[in-house]
Write a protein that binds this ligand. Structure first.
Ligand code: HEC
Ligand code: HEC
Ligand code: HEC
Ligand code: HEC
Ligand code: HEC
Ligand code: HEC
Length: 387
């Protein structure tokens, strides 16, 4: 039946061809994130590919069959985990020992010194050769770097199905015209199109705004241990919150005030606290990953809220003293700021900050009004929050 691809009746063919192109390009999307497989029998650091595989199997507990201790991976996770794992991850260890020789590695694994380390590593009965292969495997891991994140497959399938439905409905509507009550096709087309737009819109918005965001930090610093269990005041570490725009992140020196003495943690042993020493002794800052990120066009100051407004940290940051991993509590949207500003009463009396609002003061003393909201002092003016 088919005459000529670009012929008169071939519009349908072209549509099919185009849709195929779209689908193929969609499938090629996630492959960008996939890691290049560069396996060959090339010998790395004196180990053959087979030997490295054996090291990996040992680490994962698949070898040998008759072992007494737990596998390394049951404590040192290879893949990222959602909950906090206090033990160093496999990558943590790999990076720390990548540049050291085997003797140092063997020493630390087989002859543990710290309290925690003696508890967890004491049962080890590993042949020198096996441990060498484990080190080889870890070195390779350090060399290859972290595994990239995979695209969410369910989301992707949903996206592709919706695109297919939209394509089918529009071809049906314009070319095939078999389904008689056209309202059916139109409804399907509209529905799928709206859903698709919605999906893409949310994806775009989420790129910038992330509630419950908790990135991996360079040290497993726990607010529960410090602000909760040990009751250290927030201002001890975030000392500028009251009078400056930024609350501030403590420097290594602040950690050293206590960790000069506290050298081992109940949960993490020495590994994490050692990182503080490493930073201190080499004079390099700890690169904390920012959790809260307002867009550049928004102005926010802690001094206005903590200093003048006398707000508690928890109103915006939630129960921080219960968090092992610091997590963003509010969504930091414009609606969130405005909701509070519209209803919140400012602490007007006995607050020097508001001494200039004479009119409101007079109205309060004369009993005309009993309180002033943030909105009334201009808290919803665009220019207050936007540059
Ligand atoms: C012993 C020092 C210390 C104490 C005490 C402390 N913090 Fe922190 N805080 C840190 C460090 C270090 C970070 C950066 C690492 C992180 O995000 O977990 C941080 C991060 C934060 C962040 C996230 C900052 C960002 O990146 O957006 C918030 C919010 C916060 N702290 C609030 C509090 C509150 C509220 C308290 C009191 C309940 C408190 N902190 C007590 C040291 C401390
Ligand atoms: C009115 C809400 C609010 C209150 C109250 C508040 N914060 Fe924040 N905090 C924020 C917002 C919003 C950000 C993000 C600011 C940005 O991205 O510019 C933030 C960021 C931070 C940061 C990251 C570093 C910085 O300063 O930008 C830390 C640390 C922090 N807050 C600690 C505290 C502590 C400690 C308190 C209590 C003393 C507190 N915050 C009270 C809303 C609040
Ligand atoms: C006011 C004193 C104090 C300050 C300041 C302080 N810490 Fe601690 N830290 C402690 C105490 C106490 C422990 C609990 C030790 C234990 O588990 O017995 C601890 C434990 C830890 C642990 C191990 C947690 C566990 O349970 O295994 C880490 C990691 C840690 N701190 C990191 C830091 C970092 C990073 C800083 C600087 C941002 C810091 N600390 C600042 C007192 C402090
Ligand atoms: C039962 C849990 C557990 C098992 C099993 C385990 N580890 Fe560990 N390992 C830990 C903990 C906890 C630490 C951190 C202790 C500390 O720093 O005080 C640690 C630390 C380490 C360190 C770093 C020590 C340092 O301070 O630099 C190395 C290297 C290591 N383990 C290798 C291994 C290898 C290889 C295996 C398998 C043969 C293994 N571990 C099995 C719990 C475990
Ligand atoms: C939990 C309540 C609350 C939230 C949430 C909140 N604010 Fe506020 N805000 C206040 C209070 C109370 C004041 C009045 C104190 C003052 O003027 O300093 C204030 C004052 C301000 C002011 C000064 C207004 C003026 O007229 O001087 C700015 C700017 C501001 N907030 C920005 C923000 C931004 C941006 C956000 C969101 C990222 C936000 N606020 C979220 C309670 C809040
Ligand atoms: C109390 C503080 C506050 C006030 C007042 C305020 N905004 Fe915003 N605005 C924000 C914050 C915070 C964001 C960032 C929202 C986000 O990241 O999702 C924002 C974002 C925006 C955006 C970007 C769109 C977006 O969702 O990211 C526009 C446009 C905007 N505001 C316009 C205005 C206008 C116009 C006014 C005056 C009627 C105003 N804003 C008043 C806090 C405020």
């Amino acid at each position: 039946m088919r005459k000529n691809f670009w012929g008169k009746s071939a519009l349908k063919n072209r549509m099919v061809f185009l849709s195929l192109l779209v689908i193929i390009s969609l499938f090629s999307l996630p492959t960008h994130a996939e890691k290049e497989e560069s396996h060959s029998s090339v010998i790395t650091d004196g180990f053959s590919h087979e030997e490295l595989k054996r090291g990996e199997r040992f680490f994962k507990g698949l070898l040998p069959f008759e072992r007494k201790a737990e596998s390394c991976v049951s404590c040192h996770n290879i893949l990222p985990v959602d909950t906090l794992n206090w033990n160093p991850s496999a990558m943590d260890i790999a990076l720390k020992y990548a540049a050291t020789d085997f003797a140092a590695f063997e020493q630390v694994v087989m002859q543990p010194t710290g309290k925690k380390m003696s508890e967890v590593h004491q049962l080890f009965d590993i042949s020198n050769n096996d441990l060498k292969l484990v080190k080889g495997y870890l070195d390779e891991m350090a060399h290859e770097g972290p595994q990239p994140e995979k695209t969410n497959i369910v989301w992707l399938i949903g996206l592709i199905s919706l695109i297919l439905v939209v394509l089918w409905a529009s071809t049906e509507l314009l070319l095939i015209r078999k389904v008689k009550p056209r309202i059916i096709t139109v409804t399907v087309l509209l529905g799928a199109f709206i859903w698709l737009t919605n999906m893409l819109y949310h994806e775009a918005v989420d790129l910038g705004r992330q509630e419950a965001y908790a990135p991996l930090q360079p040290i497993k610093f726990s607010h529960e241990v410090h602000a909760g269990l040990n009751q250290t005041d927030c201002f001890y570490c975030h000392s500028t919150a009251e009078y400056s725009k930024s609350a501030g992140i403590p420097s290594v020196n602040v950690c050293m005030n206590c960790h000069l003495i506290v050298r081992e943690g109940t949960n993490s042993g020495k590994f994490e606290i050692d990182k503080i020493y490493h930073a201190f002794e080499n004079n390099i800052p700890i690169e904390w990953v920012r959790v809260h990120n307002l867009p550049d066009h928004v102005f926010f100051s802690h001094a206005q809220h903590v200093g003048a407004g006398k707000l508690d940290c928890a109103e915006c940051h939630g129960p921080v003293e219960e968090m092992d991993v610091l997590t963003q509590h509010a969504d930091l949207s414009m609606g969130w700021c405005l909701d509070c500003h519209k209803t919140r009463k400012v602490q007007f009396i006995e607050n020097d900050y508001y001494a200039t609002y004479k009119e409101f003061h007079d109205q309060i003393t004369s009993g005309m009004i009993d309180s002033v909201t943030v909105e009334q002092i201009g808290g919803t003016d665009c220019m207050k929050c936007h540059y």
